[in-house]
Design a binder for this molecule. Structure first.
Ligand code: PHE
Length: 343
């Protein structure tokens, strides 16, 4: 190849090597390979070359042109690779950063207590029943030996609806409903967790709260069985050190009736603020089913006896988790609720 051509190739190589961006490189390529470029000028000179050398001359110019094209091609590829590497570096993702996991809820303390107590009673052979929250006067009071003029109605003032129905003031109507359900064979043991309503409102009372009703009917169900069941339940919930205390009380649907206290787990009976100095905390009402209730609900009171209990769910949860105000259960306060974990 003639020296002049070589020079053009070398110059193209040197200039291309100094370019750092693609538009400049494209302009440079056009300068070398375009119509007004040095190589085009060589082609233009073709006609002046003697005929016998024309072929060799043409070959040399073509060869130089191919070389210049190759120079620009590889310079272009090098610049592209460099740009890609820079882009990857710029857009680098730090995969070691912790991700955003899905937000999952926690179990409400009320539900936790229902789950715990349901587990306990199902383990003792109880079946879980359900009942309506809008209840008739008949099931809420009459069948439970609380006639219309009975003063015990005052203890459970609720919300009355048109037509004489009311929001049930306790879960005890489920006792009557189960006794009257002829598909259920005696003897039986049932519990019924559910919402109840009363005209109440202070730090430990809410117009809506939860109860777990329990009813065990058999030929020889006894007060001793009731005491053992409740004592075991307290130990299951509050630990082996928990003690139960039973006091006489009154409910129209149980006879005898008892009220049950658990030993204060804060002070273990010494007396503190939580138990108001007494060492005991009142948690539930219970008793032997009043034979009149059997009669009112079609069960042979000569053959059968039974015990029943009503546990305050919110009250249990407050004691178990040290919650100071029942209204916290119903305020959707996330920082409060998140303390209770997933299970
Ligand atoms: N139903 C009663 C109440 O709500 C509790 C209770 C249930 C008492 C079962 C005795 C037997 O106060």
């Amino acid at each position: 190849m003639d020296n002049e051509l070589k020079q053009v190739v070398e110059q193209a190589q040197a200039e291309a090597a100094g370019v750092s961006d693609i538009p400049t490189l494209q302009a440079l390529r056009a300068k070398y390979l375009g119509k007004k470029g040095p190589l085009a000028a060589f082609f233009a000179r073709m006609k002046d070359v003697p005929a016998d050398q024309r072929r060799a001359f043409g070959q040399s110019v073509n060869e130089a042109r191919s070389q210049v094209e190759a120079i620009f091609q590889s310079a272009h590829e090098a610049l592209e690779a460099k740009a890609l590497a820079a882009k990857l570096e710029r857009e680098r993702v730090d995969i070691t950063l912790p991700g955003h996991g899905p937000v999952t809820g926690t179990v409400h303390p009320y539900t936790k207590v229902v789950n715990l107590l349901t587990d306990f009673f199902v383990g003792q052979g109880y079946v879980v029943k359900d009942g309506p929250e809008v209840e008739s006067d008949y099931f809420n009071f009459e069948c439970l030996n609380i006639p219309a003029d009975h003063p015990a109605r005052d203890m459970q003032d609720s919300f009355f609806l048109e037509g004489g129905n009311l929001l049930r003031s306790h879960t005890s109507p489920v006792q009557a409903r189960t006794m009257q359900d002829h598909t259920i064979e005696l003897p039986f043991k049932i519990i019924c967790p559910g919402k109840v309503y009363r005209r109440d409102n202070d730090a430990t009372h809410s117009h809506q709260f939860g109860q777990i009703e329990g009813l065990c009917i058999g030929e020889d169900a006894s007060l001793a069985n009731l005491e053992r069941t409740l004592t075991d339940m307290f130990k299951y919930l509050f630990g082996d050190k928990a003690e139960a205390r039973f006091r006489p009380s009154f409910f129209p649907f149980t006879e005898p009736s008892i009220e049950c206290d658990v030993s204060c787990f804060e002070c273990h009976g010494k007396g503190c603020g939580l138990c108001k100095g007494s060492g005991w905390i009142e948690v539930l009402g219970a008793g032997m089913v009043n034979p009149d209730v059997f009669r009112l609900n079609g069960i042979d009171a000569e053959k059968y006896q039974g015990f029943a209990f009503g546990i305050g769910i919110d009250r249990m949860a407050m004691l178990l988790y040290g919650i100071d105000d029942i209204h916290r259960f119903y305020q959707d306060d996330l920082p409060f609720l998140k303390q209770f974990g997933k299970r």
